[in-house]
Design a protein around this ligand. Structure first.
Ligand code: FAD
Ligand code: NAP
Length: 530
C-alpha cells in the first residue's frame, strides 16, 4: 500500500536520526528506511576489532540537546565502536526515534514525479512511499569497496570486510589471517587481530603515516571543565577549520621559520601527546611541500626506530605527503610488526595478482591463510547514493547527471533533482571535519529549508546548473591551493578504479557554514523556488 509523508529519509545513522527529530519539531511527517536492523550507521556496521573514533568523544557527539550532552558519560578519550553504538541507541530511545524508522529495509529507487511534484520511494521490501521531500542520509563511508581481484570467489575460508563486520565477532584463535589494506580501519584492527591469531600477513599497497592516539579512560576533570561550558566549547569548535579541536594548541608559525632543533622538540612533544594535534604544530604542512617534508621525515624516523627488522621498517616508510590521505591514529600499530607472528607483504610494487583457494598470489609468490580480511575502505561519498536508482526531472538518473563526477551546490542539492537533499554530500566539508558537527549543521539547514518551502506555500526548490558548476570549481580551487590533490586518496575517488577524479569534500567548516546561513537569509540564493 502506498503511504504519503512530508519527508522520506534514507539511512538511520547519526544524520538520519537527527533528521527525524528535526522533522517532528517542524510538525512534518517523516519515514526513514534503514538497511541495518538498528540505528547507528557507521557504528552499527564497522564492528571490527579496535574500531573507535579519532575525534575526542566529548566532541564526537550531538550538541543539539543540552540535557543529552550534560547527562551522557563517555568512558574513553576516543570512544570505541560499542560505546558509540550504545550512545546512538540511547539517543534513539531518549527521543523515541525508532517509531519513524523502518529497519532491515533498503531503498532501491527514488523517482521524482514532475506532475505531482512528489518523490516516489520504493524499497526491497516492496514499500512505496510518496514524499514531498527526500533526504539522503546514506553516509559518506557506507558503501564498502571490495577490489575485483581475479579468483576472489575461489577462496574457501571465511572473508570479512571491516565495514560489514559480523555482529557476534570473529574468533581468530589458532587461525592464519591475510589482511589487505593499511588505512585507518586496518591500523586499528591489525594490532588486535595479531594478538588473537596464529599468524597475520598484512598486504600493504601504500605505507601509512600513523600517529599514536594515546587513547585512555577519559579524564573526569577535563569532562567537568568541558561540561561547565559545553555550549561555548561547541561554538568554539565550530569556528575551527575541521569543526573540532578548539583546545588544540595551533602553531602560528610556518615550519621553516623555526630552527630544526625547535621543530624537533615540538614534534616530540606532540608525538607524546598523540592525536590529530600532531599536525597542528605549524600552520603550513598542507600548503608547503618542504614544510610537510619536515614532519613527514620525523614520522619516518619514528617508524624506523620502532621496527626491529630493517627490511620491514623500510617497507613501512610512507613517501607521500603526510595528511594527504587521511592521517591515521593508532594504538600500537607499528609495534605490531615486531611480533614473530606478523609479516608484511608489499603489494604496491608487486600487486595482488589473484585470490586462490587458500590465499593469494602477489609478485609470483603464493601466500596462504585461513581467513581473509578486506580492510579496503569505501566507495566514498557517492557510492551509497549511486547504488539507488535516483531519477529527477526528465527521468534523468543521478548516475548520468554525475557521470563525470558529483556536481552539487553546497553539497546539499543537485540541479534537476528538486526537493532532494543530501546530508554531508560531496561538495560539503563532511569528511574533513568532526562529522557530528557537519551533520547537525546540514540537518538543521535542510529542515529549516523544508519548513520555509512548506510555510511559504512554495512547491519545489532546486539549484541550477550554473550554480553547481561554479560550486564544484570553487571546491576544487580551494583543494588546489593545498597539497591534498597530490596523492591517490579516496577524497579524490582515486581508490576505486574508474571513478571520476574530483576532489569531493570542501575544506573549511566555518566559512562554509556562514555561506549556508547567508544563502538561507537571502531567500535561498542559488536555488529556484517555485
Ligand atoms: P552513516 O553512519 O554511514 O549511516 C548511513 C546509513 O544509511 C547506514 O546505516 C546505511 O545502512 C544506510 N543506508 C545507506 N544506503 C541505504 C539504502 N539504500 N537504504 C536504506 N539504508 C541505507 N567521523 C568523524 O567525524 N570522526 C571519527 O572519528 C570517525 N570515525 C569513523 C570510523 C569509521 C570506521 C568509519 C567508517 C567512519 C568514521 N567517521 C568518523 C565517519 C562517520 O561515517 C561519520 O562520523 C558518521 O557516523 C556518519 O553518519 P551518517 O549518518 O551520515 O552516515
Ligand atoms: P582506506 O583508508 O581507503 O584504506 C583502504 C586500504 O586498502 C588502503 O591501504 C588501500 O591502499 C588498500 N587497498 C584498496 N584497494 C586495494 C587493492 N586493490 N590492493 C591492495 N590494497 C588495496 O579505508 P579505511 O581504512 O576503511 O578508512 C576509510 C575512512 O573511514 C578513513 O579515511 C576515515 O575517514 C574513516 N575511518 C576512521 C577511523 C577512525 O580512526 N576514526 C577508522 C576507520 C575508518 P591504497 O592506500 O594504496 O589505496
Amino acid at each position: 500500500m502506498e503511504r504519503a509523508v512530508d519527508i522520506a529519509v534514507v539511512g538511520a545513522g547519526f544524520a538520519g536520526m537527527y533528521m527525524v527529530h528535526r522533522a517532528r519539531a517542524a510538525n512534518l511527517s517523516v519515514q526513514v528506511f534503514e538497511a541495518g536492523t538498528d540505528v547507528g550507521g557507521t557504528w552499527y556496521w564497522n564492528r571490527y576489532p579496535g574500531a573507535r573514533c579519532d575525534i575526542e568523544s566529548v566532541e564526537y557527539s550531538y550538541s543539539f540537546d543540552n540535557d543529552l550532552q550534560q547527562e551522557w558519560e563517555w568512558n574513553q578519550r576516543y570512544a570505541g565502536q560499542p560505546e558509540i553504538l550504545t550512545y546512538a541507541q540511547h539517543v534513539a530511545d531518549r527521543f523515541d526515534l525508532r517509531r519513524d524508522i523502518q529497519f532491515s529495509t533498503r531503498v532501491t529507487s527514488a523517482i521524482f514525479n514532475e506532475k505531482s511534484n512528489n518523490w516516489r520511494v520504493t524499497t526491497d521490501k516492496d514499500d512505496v512511499v510518496t514524499a514531498r521531500f527526500v533526504v539522503f542520509a546514506t553516509g559518506c563511508l557506507s558503501s564498502t569497496n571490495v577490489p575485483h581481484f581475479i579468483g576472489a570467489d575461489s577462496f574457501t575460508g571465511p572473508t570479512y570486510h571491516t565495514g560489514e563486520w559480523p555482529h557476534d565477532g570473529v574468533d581468530f584463535t589458532g587461525k592464519t589471517v591475510g589482511l589487505i589494506g593499511t588505512g585507518s580501519s586496518a591500523i586499528q584492527s591489525i594490532p588486535i587481530i595479531a594478538e588473537q591469531s596464529k599468524h597475520l600477513t598484512v598486504f600493504q599497497r601504500t605505507a601509512t603515516y600513523s600517529i599514536p592516539a594515546r587513547n585512555d579512560t577519559i579524564d573526569k576533570e577535563y569532562v567537568k571543565e568541558v561540561k561547565a561550558n559545553y555550549n561555548e566549547f561547541r561554538d568554539l569548535n565550530r569556528q575551527q577549520m575541521g569543526a573540532f579541536g578548539s583546545n588544540i594548541r595551533r602553531g602560528e608559525q610556518a615550519a621553516l621559520e623555526v630552527s630544526e632543533a625547535e621543530r624537533r622538540q615540538e614534534f616530540e612533544l606532540r608525538w607524546e601527546e598523540g592525536g590529530f594535534a600532531f599536525l597542528s604544530s605549524y600552520n603550513d604542512f598542507l600548503l608547503n611541500h618542504d614544510a610537510n617534508e619536515t614532519v613527514a621525515e620525523f614520522v619516518r624516523e619514528k617508524i624506523y626506530s620502532i621496527i626491529k627488522d630493517p627490511d620491514t621498517a623500510k617497507k613501512l616508510l610512507p613517501t607521500q605527503v603526510i595528511g594527504c590521505k587521511r592521517l591515521c591514529l593508532d594504538s600500537g600499530y607499528y609495534e605490531t610488526f615486531n611480533r614473530s607472528n606478523v609479516s608484511l607483504v608489499d603489494v604496491g610494487s608487486d600487486p595482488i595478482e589473484r585470490i586462490t583457494e587458500h590465499g593469494l598470489v602477489a609478485g609470483g609468490d603464493q601466500h596462504t591463510f585461513d581467513v581473509l580480511v578486506y580492510a579496503t575502505g569505501f566507495d566514498a561519498m557517492t557510492g551509497s547514493l549511486l547504488k539507488i536508482d535516483i531519477r529527477g526531472r526528465n527521468n534523468q538518473p543521478l548516475a548520468e547527471a554525475w557521470d563525470a563526477g558529483p556536481v552539487t551546490y553546497l553539497g546539499l542539492s543537485t540541479a534537476g533533482f528538486p526537493n532532494m537533499f543530501m546530508v554531508s554530500g560531496p561538495g560539503s566539508p563532511s569528511v574533513l571535519t568532526n562529522m557530528m558537527m557537519s551533520i547537525e549543521q546540514h540537518v538543521e539547514w535542510i529542515s529549516d529549508c523544508i519548513s520555509h518551502i512548506v510555510s511559504s506555500g512554495k512547491t519545489t526548490i532546486e539549484t541550477t546548473d550554473k550554480e553547481q558548476t561554479e560550486w564544484v570549481a570553487f571546491v576544487n580551487a580551494v583543494a588546489d591551493m593545498t597539497l591534498y590533490p597530490s596523492c591517490n586518496s579516496w577524497y579524490l575517488g582515486a581508490n576505486v578504479p574508474g571513478k571520476p577524479r574530483v576532489f569531493m569534500p570542501l575544506l573549511g567548516f566555518p566559512t562554509y557554514a556562514d555561506k549556508c546561513t547567508e544563502v538561507a537569509a537571502n531567500g535561498y540564493e542559488g536555488f529556484v523556488l517555485v
